[in-house]
Design a binder for this molecule. Sequence first.
Ligand code: AMP
Length: 226
Amino acid sequence: MSGFNSDANNQLILALSKGRIFEDTLPLLEAAGITVTENPETSRKLILATNDPNVRVLIVRATDVPTYVQHGAADFGVAGKDVLIEHGGEGLYQPVDLQIAQCRMSVAVKSGFDYEAAVRQGARLRVATKFTQTAREHFAAKGVHVDLIKLYGSMELAPLVGLSDAIVDLVSTGSTLRANNLVEVEEIMDISSRLVVNQAALKLKRARLQPIIEAFERASKARKQG
Ligand code: AMP
């Protein structure tokens, strides 16, 4: 430790996305003694205050959380494994699987499409997805030739209108697939959200970050067991 302890090293900035991750992170923050005092669903503010004047929360797109943390605009954040794989994880320390926002990444096709037969026959599949990195690795490992079509949302639409043969998307209850006449044909991996910490911040602000990391670790272990 350098012993350097300026005000700047006392300030902590956390990057979170609205919705599921924000909601599921609140109890973990509470376990670390941090209460977010503004609600991102009702406030238009992008920087939220907490009960600790030295801790602020940035509200960013889920896919942008690793970028803010990588570049040190935020000291730490919470991001899904799906998002971290696509980002690459550069400059990020990932100390805790928080066991929140759990779902799976799967391949789905239109009901009636014989995926197994297409794979067996070595057909070239058109796959629409937001998760091109994960999809590329998955199909390469299986030796399946694919043309990846990058989309930014509503992947479920692609097989219905002939844009693709299959999609790679996140599935939780399966009701979105069912509502769109799609079936899950292959699970690629389980997904959950992780705590990510800027590597430089971890060194410079260890005294402030370490207790939070430990509180998150304890709370997520309790969650796993509970
Ligand atoms: P479901 O209908 O419950 O299977 O949820 C699927 C829809 O919710 C898809 O559009 C997914 O992209 C999205 N989704 C489900 N779980 C997550 C998650 N943990 N993180 C982000 N998006 C999710």
